[in-house]
Design a protein around this ligand. Sequence first.
Ligand code: GAP
Length: 555
Amino acid sequence: MSTHASVTRMEKIVSLCKRRGFIFQSSEIYGGLNGFWDYGPLGAELKRNVKELWWKSMTRMRDDIVGLEATIIMHPKVWKASGHVDTFSDPMSTCRACKKLVRSDQVWEMLETVPWADAIRAAAPEGKPDAAALLKWATGKGQRIAPNLALVQQPAPILARLAERAAEAEASVHTLFQLLCTVSAEGPLATPCPHCGGELTEPRPFNLMFKTYVGPAATEEDVAYLRPETAQAIFVQFKNVVETSRVKVPFGICQIGKAFRNEVTPRNFTFRSREFEQMELEFFIKPDEVVEVQTGHLAKLAPGEVPSTPQPDWGWELWHKYWVEERFRWYESVGLKRSSLEEYWQKPDELAHYARATVDILYKFPFGTQELEGIAARGNFDLTQHQTHSGKSMEYFDQEAAVKYVPHVIEPSAGVDRLILALLCEAFEEEEVTDEKGNKEVRTILRFSPRVAPIKVGIFPLLKNKPPLVAKALEIQNLLRPLMNVFYDDSGAIGRRYRRQDEAGTPFCVTVDFETIGENGPENEGTVTLRKRDAMTQERVRIADLPALLLAQIS
Ligand code: GAP
């Protein structure tokens, strides 16, 4: 459940994102478009750094993964074969009163955070409804915040029904809400609309793919879809990659790119968007039977052992665990603490029908612990589907084992935007500091890892009206800018400039002062102060040493 503190924290993060140019609402001047977000100057740098680090760790640092960049619109048969046309849907309900659409499986979660539902819970301490308190609220504030709730519209009969069914209401808070929202005395109980308290319709499936038309005719024959995941392009191009690169199973193909889902209820800032980016890897492995024939056995893990260096005798279970561990390690390398993450093994009844196992990596967002990435063992479902629907063989000839097979796959699939949000939540901190005049103020800091920080170093001349200081600062800017993103700032007191960089998450600031230009004697000439955001310490370093010193911290 979201607490007041976590709601406030989230509001502060959203407001900082807007104020400092990390994230803006899309088309804001036209009132915005729900579920679509733009990244401002700092956000764009942050996102680029994150994608670059993922790409580098997947491709350049490994011999067994290659990259792909495919189109967003593909042949519609791709989505028939993958199952998305028939089954990629969420259950949706409509409010009979306000007509808003709600994802049926998220109603109760939404009701945890809406003020009118809080008022009902407050009027039912320890689950026991207080009829007088409910009546007072229904004839007062309830009329404004839940105008379509049956209790608000006709308090007397609804409270009478509640009294008759008190035992059911006390046994389940969901039933209490249902009793208070259902208009008719007969028939099944309804579920309340989180927005207005009206009755929701029964759930019905709603396909999440965005439809478009290819070509000018725009008939049903021309329907195409914006891809809802980047993964399918990898399966569809599997054969081309095998034939044109020197890859041998086990190997992976990875891709970063846009995906689109017409989410019923986009929410929690960028967490659930309608346009977002994914970083996906399809890691193709030998079927277990082939590994067994080839190596004589399948490797087993000792209790508590974590697979680290890939071995020829690994079956799918070890590869799956290996990728779970690799992905945790990577998240730590970009600045998410292990204690902020959780590992969730989907239960058998939660697994997609083709998945043998799926592990979700969850992040503890202020609004709840939620999925950042899923790592699924998908068997050979996707390649087999495309083989059947396209009529083209997806078999791979394994020279070592001298057999043909359709490879199996392990799929670590991450969302870029969710990770950006997690990094912002992880980095956000406020602390009380005392300024030079003894006044207390709140220092807002984004404690990004230097590797992802949008600006790596702020460069300041102590005074902007002293040409030798300015010239030296500009010289340092030119020295560093080919190597990293720098920000030159000469306006305001130096303390203010530090604060502005703290809010942007800049890990280092360099100040050119009178020592630098030798005005206080020769011993510190050619040195600057290097201020570290987290320690708030300042040390003198030689300008010539800056590139190596900073590069060591950010790479
Ligand atoms: N190919 C597998 C796949 O797409 P998924 O769990 O549906 O699996 C993978 O999506 C990741 O994509 C999620 O863990 C999440 O980080 C991101 N993602 C999915 N839907 C999203 C949305 N509506 N908004 C932002 N990110 C989303």
